[in-house]
Design a protein around this ligand. Structure first.
Ligand SMILES: Cc1cc2nc3c(=O)[nH]c(=O)nc-3n(C[C@H](O)[C@H](O)[C@H](O)COP(=O)(O)O)c2cc1C
Length: 156
């Protein structure tokens, strides 16, 4: 784990190399293994591989073009009512956010273990992201994460 924390950093340039389904599944499993309030898992994740959808997401994220370079983007959502049913307002406003944030962090740590890089993208238009992904409910997108093999060492 020490190495994982030491080497993790935000990567904003990715190689044109796919992430295999097994590796993606490991990343998703890590997210799913994260703790959550009352084990209610008041979060969801949407997997985006479609280049057109990634382009739209990048536009909704203040034109952060590196999102389109990554083979996979994960969008983490809160599902506030899932936590609110047991914890009321605190679940609604706080625990759901924490559930989603921890899951995203676990996904990133697992990715680093697989030599896959990411960046935490928080600057985006939430309504635009929901529309692009056709999410019509209460779910709130809280972080958008491109995942891919770093191209940083190939630069310069
Ligand atoms: C809440 C949050 C929002 C962020 N939003 C963005 C973003 O929209 N675009 C981006 O390129 N980096 C974003 N970052 C990444 C930070 O800039 C980065 O983590 C920080 O500069 C430290 O660098 P490191 O991750 O390489 O250690 C965000 C990080 C956090 C925690």
């Amino acid at each position: 784990m020490n190495d994982i924390f030491r080497i993790r950093h935000s990567v904003r340039s990715y190689q044109d190399q796919e992430i295999g389904p097994e590796k993606l599944q490991e990343i998703l499993d890590a997210a799913d293994s994260a703790p959550s309030a009352g084990n209610l898992k008041a979060r969801e994740v949407v997997v985006v591989r479609d280049p057109k959808v990634k382009r739209e997401l990048a536009e909704a994220a203040m034109n952060q073009g590196f999102i389109t370079e990554a083979p996979v983007a994960l969008v983490f959502f809160t599902v506030p009512s899932r936590s609110a049913q047991k914890y009321g307002q605190r679940g609604q406003e706080l625990y759901a956010l924490q559930d989603a944030t921890i899951a995203a962090s676990f996904a990133w740590m697992q990715a680093v273990m697989l030599h896959i890089s990411s960046c935490w993208v928080g600057a985006f238009d939430e309504e635009a992201v929901k529309e692009i992904l056709n999410i019509k409910g209460e779910e709130r997108p809280i972080v958008l994460m491109p995942f891919g093999y770093s191209a940083e060492s190939l630069m310069a």
